[in-house]
Design a protein around this ligand. Structure first.
Ligand code: ARG
Length: 462
């Protein structure tokens, strides 16, 4: 329970009995929210500067409070601060210490504010900087993906639909799909900055305040664009928390999809990529094993991000306005999601740096499964003025013939091909060349080498 310098609860004049020890044990959040100490002190300094500017507190008191807060910040960063569960949370721990350092004048700090606006001010500032940190981590992943893509522009592999060979692609084109995904993640996080730009400080408990405060001043001081509009909404709102958790979930979902894909490709059945020893682990019983455990770790972690998003959605469901203790859990949820994502991005970056293409195997797999059938159909449309549907049927008949003869498409002789379409000439054989097939997809966004090179350059400049 929060106490003042006389070791009395701050609300002790009103509440005569101490909280039950059980509640004291579960009701505190200091172990979690002490992480907000810098933001809390920053917010308090802006608040008292504003109180002084508005002639609500004196110059002397403002300076004393700022002196005390600065000292507390140093104590905490040097790990010389004693956090106490008795004082519930970071706000009360700091206020209590301020009383010890500067005496009774510490009591002026809480004029025209409440913990309700204080906590979300801290939290918004924290999420804002963490959002930027996540974007930097995503940028590193994008960079490593681009590097791997650059090395594999002409690495041919099968593109899959339904995990069956579909059409030939460049491995780099596949990797560039990941770049698109991560780039969208960055945009999603950046878009969140808009709602994080509204300053909650000054709405106090839920009504605003009768003091003549200047919320534009604190907004500016704390790097917000403007103050929030409605005091009740402000203390109740955790949409910005949901936005963050959702963005984390989508990003970790992307990581899990990629992780799954790399797991499949590194499996003995596919053997399309090689993971260096740095990112695999062994088995305690099977000496030959090199397992993609780290990728499995990444795939699994999306589960806890979704869990966190759903925890927060569930806490908010049906919760009346305005502040309730239920909301206190928001910080633990966000910190967990944040830390996990940052960790996953670092791991994924390391994996990318330790991944190489098994080019031979990729080409081999791309040569099976009649992967150039669509190219043949396109060829018939272009060179023999057929509709695409007609060409599709002719090609299907040619694939059937190849299957019957147990041959690949490029192993059929021109005579065999002519049995299905007499107009065909030797010229058709070039459509079975995989490089030619990949390079022919020159439409914007397609897998041609030139397109990929241009895209890599574009993203490198980003
Ligand atoms: N530690 C609290 C939280 O994070 C701060 C707000 C407390 N407000 C209150 N009215 N009890 O939610």
């Amino acid at each position: 329970m929060a106490k003042n310098k006389n070791n009395q609860a701050i609300w002790g004049t009103r509440i005569k009995k101490s909280a039950s020890s059980l509640f004291q044990k579960v009701g505190n959040s200091i172990d979690i929210d002490k992480r907000l100490y810098k933001e809390d002190i920053k917010g308090s300094i802006a608040h008292v500067e504003m109180l002084f500017k508005q002639k609500i507190i004196s110059f002397k008191i403002k300076n004393k409070i700022i002196y005390g807060l600065t000292k507390i910040e140093k104590e905490i960063s040097k790990k010389k601060f004693e956090f106490s569960k008795k004082y519930e949370d970071i706000h009360m721990n700091i206020e209590k210490r301020l009383f010890q350092i500067i005496g009774e004048e510490a009591g002026y700090i809480h004029t025209a504010r409440s913990r309700n606006d204080q906590v979300i001010t801290d939290f918004k500032i924290w999420i804002r900087s963490s959002t930027k940190e996540i974007n930097i981590a995503i940028d590193k992943v994008i960079k490593s993906t681009l590097k791997l893509a650059e090395k594999n522009i002409d690495t041919i592999m099968p593109g899959f639909t339904h995990l069956k060979n579909a059409q030939a692609i460049s491995f780099a084109h596949y990797l560039m799909a990941y770049v698109e995904m991560f780039n969208r993640d960055k945009k999603r996080f950046t878009n969140n900055l808009e709602s994080l730009d509204e300053n909650p400080l000054g709405v106090a408990a839920l009504t605003g305040t009768s003091f003549n405060i200047d919320r534009n001043y604190t907004s500016k001081k704390l790097g917000f664009k403007r103050p929030t509009n409605n005091s009740i909404d402000t203390v109740s709102d955790r949409d910005f928390v949901l936005d963050f958790l959702y963005s984390v979930s989508v990003c970790s979902m992307h990581i899990s999809r990629i992780a799954e894909e790399l797991i499949i490709w590194s499996s003995d059945g596919f053997n399309l990529i090689h993971l260096s020893d740095k990112v695999v682990t062994g088995s305690s019983i099977m000496p030959q094993k090199k397992n993609p455990d780290l990728l499995e770790y990444l795939r699994g972690k999306s589960g806890s991000s979704y869990g966190n998003l759903f925890s927060m959605l569930t806490i908010l469901k049906g919760l009346p306005l305005s502040y309730f203790k239920d909301l206190q859990d928001d910080k633990e949820i966000v910190f967990k999601s944040n830390d996990t994502l940052i960790n996953c991005l670092k791991i994924f970056d390391e994996i990318l740096k330790n991944t190489s293409a098994n080019k031979k195997k990729m080409l081999e797999l791309a040569s099976s499964g009649y992967i150039t059938a669509t190219d043949l159909a396109d060829y018939l449309v272009r060179n023999h003025s057929m509709s695409f549907r007609k060409a599709y049927q002719k090609t299907a008949a040619i694939v059937n013939l190849a299957e019957k003869k147990k041959k690949k498409l490029d192993e059929l002789s021109i005579e065999e091909l002519k049995k299905i379409e007499p107009k065909l000439t030797n010229d058709v054989l070039k459509v079975f060349d995989l490089k030619n097939s990949v390079n022919s997809k020159k439409s914007y966004g397609g897998t041609s080498f030139d397109n990929i090179k241009k895209m890599i350059i574009k993203y490198k400049k980003h």
